[in-house]
Design a protein around this ligand. Structure first.
Ligand SMILES: Cc1cc2nc3c(=O)[nH]c(=O)nc-3n(C[C@H](O)[C@H](O)[C@H](O)COP(=O)(O)OP(=O)(O)OC[C@H]3O[C@@H](n4cnc5c(N)ncnc54)[C@H](O)[C@@H]3O)c2cc1C
Length: 543
């Protein structure tokens, strides 16, 4: 059971679990970047012995145990993991409080507000944007872990509405619903550890968002406790009574208040979920397949198209292994399409016959665009392993390679340009230190008007971990600037956190930024809640 496994500090997931790279993946990395020569220490380094600053008496339980504080000092971004592994964490929270209900949350906010203590809401701590990080030099910080406010507290089966505590993890959410033959259908790759409150606070998007929607499509109502009061929004199917206040909470990243309860729209659990794979002869063909399927409303729950470099790596590492793959490759070779072909994964869930029919429509559309079907094995493998992929990062760090991801979205007409622009920005970010940064991209989470672009990049660790962090910040800064230059969003689903915040005003415009600042001031007049996310103008990439 997930909650009996011991969570790893300074790395993804649970102790004892790993997803080592195949020999072919290492060969690919060596050819792309040169051999790795500086394995990252495996840490975590011992927590600093210094005591935290004294917190006021709080109504909720507070832990000042150094290991607990260390475990709550950083999220799960690449740089967080490097810092934890190398003993380079600049600051810890002074305590970790664990309220059990909304009243305790309100009391803690009042007590911390009166004492000038900052509060960082913590769900699963899987933020990859610096969203839960403690900054050195701040006044005292209390991290508020919501794990004791977990579980399904109400179920209205007639309306398909289920109410959850903010600290409920993905597996716990599904287990509670599955017992009633229901599902939420929200499966971010961080599903094993991330929580309902975190999903709402970051506007998360699951891998099957095409069928089930993003988290904002699922939130029917919620409660948020802010320093200035409690916002209660009961579930309503729809309303025209002014602006939708749920949308001020969605994406608020713990800056406006603590989400203490969420009513989610749930559905009947599918009898089967199937994912299949195909090769499109080019990115352009693959994109038109997706556009075609989406605009016709073919009820897939996911579809994702790797660009040619990502496809070649997938083939090299065996992710696209299938009995027919060699034949398909031969066929593409004869047509001179091997270098350009792009892996498509597409899937859906439902009753067995419906699923077969929907996948048949998808296959026919792919064939119309000269695509080749790879059969069931690669999709089944992806479905089976999808929550194990994050462990790969830790294994690569053990060998001396750093890897990270970033994402955006763009209208269909701009997808190719944005892919090219961001690839170039990332790939060129370390030329001055003579390092090559291979970049892979896939297009997923499609909408009628556009889709998400998701980039994965790799670089070699340096001998000095500070230099490895510096390389990461150079890539991240180049990517952020590239997104702004291209006029696309800083994030499709990871959120703003600390690491996109200084660029946010480009996206919102001055007026939008002023409105958001006003909202933060109204909800949290003394600025105690997670003050470095969302609206902080300072660059914290290396903090
Ligand atoms: C390997 C990996 C894969 C990922 N894949 C995806 C993906 O597929 N899709 C996706 O959307 N994201 C993904 N993420 C990013 C991350 O998992 C999401 O942002 C997730 O929603 C965060 O949830 P959490 O519970 O871990 O929140 P945390 O990391 O604990 O917090 C995130 C932010 O929300 C705030 N917050 C948390 N709980 C509350 C609350 N109850 N009230 C108010 N504020 C709160 C925090 O203060 C912080 O600002 C991935 C991350 C990793 C490491």
């Amino acid at each position: 059971m997930a909650n009996q496994r011991q969570r790893r500090i300074g790395g993804w997931g649970f102790e004892g679990e790993s997803y080592p790279p195949s020999r072919r993946m290492i060969q690919w990395l060596e050819s792309a970047t040169g051999p790795a020569t500086h394995p990252m220490p495996t840490g975590p380094a011992d927590p600093p012995p210094a005591d935290g600053r004294r917190l006021p008496a709080l109504t909720a339980t507070v832990s000042t145990d150094p290991l607990d504080r260390l475990a709550h000092s950083r999220g799960q971004g690449l740089v967080d993991v490097i810092r934890l592994r190398c003993g380079l964490v600049p600051a810890l929270p002074d305590g970790v409080c664990r309220p059990t209900d909304s009243d305790e949350v309100a009391a803690v906010l009042a007590q911390c507000g009166a004492a000038g203590v900052r509060v960082i809401p913590w769900g699963g701590g899987t933020s990859v944007t610096g969203g839960v990080n403690v900054i050195a030099g701040d006044t005292a910080v209390c991290t508020m872990d919501l794990e004791r406010m977990a579980g399904m507290t109400d179920l209205d089966e007639v309306s398909g509405l289920a109410t959850f505590g903010p600290g409920t993890t993905g597996p716990a959410t599904e287990a509670a619903l599955n017992a009633h033959g229901l599902t939420l259908g929200h499966f971010p790759q961080s599903w094993e550890l991330s929580t309902v409150g975190g999903w709402v606070a970051t506007r998360s998007s699951g891998q099957e968002s095409l069928g089930y929607g993003r988290i904002e499509d699922m939130v029917a109502g919620l409660e948020m406790v802010a320093p200035s009061g409690v916002l209660q929004l009961p579930a309503r199917p729809a309303s025209a009574a002014g602006p939708d206040l749920r949308h001020l909470v969605l994406g608020s990243e713990g800056r406006f208040g603590v989400i203490t309860s969420t009513v989610l729209r749930v559905r009947r659990r599918p009898t089967v979920t199937r994912v299949e794979a195909a090769l499109a002869p080019s990115l352009e063909d693959g994109l038109s397949v997706i556009r075609d399927l989406v605009t016709r409303g073919v009820p897939l729950t996911m579809i994702r198209l790797s660009d040619a470099p990502e496809t070649q790596v997938a083939m090299a590492v065996g992710l696209a292994d299938s009995p027919v793959a060699p034949l398909v490759m031969k066929f593409l070779e004869l047509r001179g399409l091997v270098d350009e072909s792009c892996l498509l994964l597409y899937g859906t869930g439902g009753e067995r016959d419906d699923v077969s029919e929907i996948l048949q429509i998808a296959r026919a559309t792919i064939r119309e665009r000269r695509g080749a079907i790879l059969g069931k094995r690669p999709g089944a493998k992806w479905l089976h392993e999808r929550f194990r992929h994050p462990y790969l990062r830790e294994s690569l760090l053990d060998l001396g390679w750093a890897t990270d991801t970033m994402e955006t979205s763009a209208p269909w007409s701009q997808v190719p340009t944005v892919r090219e622009g961001i690839r170039n920005a990332i790939a060129g970010a370390l030329t001055d230190v003579g390092e090559t940064v291979p970049v892979l991209c896939h297009v997923s989470h499609p909408y009628r008007d556009g889709a998400s672009l998701y980039f994965t990049f790799f670089y070699r660790c340096a001998a000095d971990p500070d230099e490895t962090i510096h390389r990461w910040s150079a890539v991240k800064r180049a990517a952020n600037e590239g997104l702004i230059e291209l006029g696309v969003t800083l994030s499709h689903h990871h959120g703003v956190g600390q690491w996109h915040a200084p660029w946010l005003h480009h996206e919102t415009g001055a007026t939008g930024h002023r409105i958001l600042t006003g909202l933060a001031e109204s909800a949290d007049p003394t600025g105690i809640l997670n003050p470095h996310v969302l609206l902080d103008a300072d660059d914290h990439l290396e903090s």
